[in-house]
Design a protein around this ligand. Structure first.
Ligand code: B4P
Length: 201
């Protein structure tokens, strides 16, 4: 099983690159942002609660997100690997994910961290806001609050995986194709290493 995390600030290209990576590597895409937006559009109790936080640019509470991920992992027991997009976003989520994956004896293989300047992030998200209908993309104050949440609570998640030597930084500015090629290069290398490892006893 090959599990990877696509990491980076809001607007760094996680959703965009996930679409392409999923098609190439046949991984199951698991985007907490998409899952939460689906709960919102179905007006479930979870969605109503999550919307209050998302509209302000804040992270949704850990217990809500972890419960949601645990359910999806259970629903896809036979997946050949997962691409985690936008999760984990706090150290508590990272620890919970490791525990969930421990049962499957399938730890995270690599975290790919996209690096993009703040000005570029704001520009991209405001542009997406013109067409996406996403309320969290239309207001610059909310966008800046999301970036601030990232700096305060999410950036530390990279440090968590760094202690296991799992983080690879990738430049997230340039053309979408160019960034995709760089991501694929890292994945192909890592996959080769994983395939060469002996099966667990
Ligand atoms: P997410 O849905 O995860 O989305 P995001 O971080 O806003 O953006 P993403 O990084 O995927 O966007 P992309 O760059 O692809 O989160 C939304 C909210 O949900 C969070 O604020 C939070 O409230 C909540 N949430 C989600 N997960 C959570 C969790 N685990 N815990 C708690 N709360 C959680 O796209 C941005 C734009 O850039 C696009 O328009 C794209 O076309 C463009 N773009 C991409 N690559 C480009 C490039 N190379 N050049 C130019 N433009 C590019």
């Amino acid at each position: 099983m090959f599990n990877l995390i696509l990491f980076g600030p809001p607007g760094s290209g996680k959703g965009t690159q996930s679409e392409k990576l999923m098609a190439r590597y046949h991984l199951r895409h698991l985007s907490t942002g998409d899952l939460l937006r689906s709960e919102i559009s179905r007006q479930t109790a979870l969605g109503v609660e999550a919307k209050k936080f998302m509209d302000k640019g804040q992270l949704v509470p850990d217990e809500v997100v972890i419960g949601m991920i645990s359910t999806v992992l259970d629903e896809h027991k036979n997946a050949t690997g997962f691409l985690f997009d936008g999760f984990p976003r706090t150290s508590a989520q990272a620890e919970a994910l490791d525990k969930l994956l421990e049962f499957k004896q399938a730890p995270i293989s690599v975290m790919l961290a996209l690096e993009v300047s703040e000005d570029e992030l704001v520009k991209r998200l405001l542009k997406r806001g013109q067409t996406s209908g996403r309320s969290d993309d239309t207001n610059e104050q909310v966008i800046r609050a999301r970036i601030e949440e990232y700096r305060l609570k999410t950036e530390a998640v990279a440090d968590y995986y760094r202690q296991f030597n799992k983080v690879v930084m990738v430049k997230g500015e340039g053309s979408i194709e160019e960034i995709f090629r760089n991501l694929c290069q890292v994945i192909d290398q890592k996959k080769k290493i994983v395939q060469e490892l002996p099966e667990p006893l």
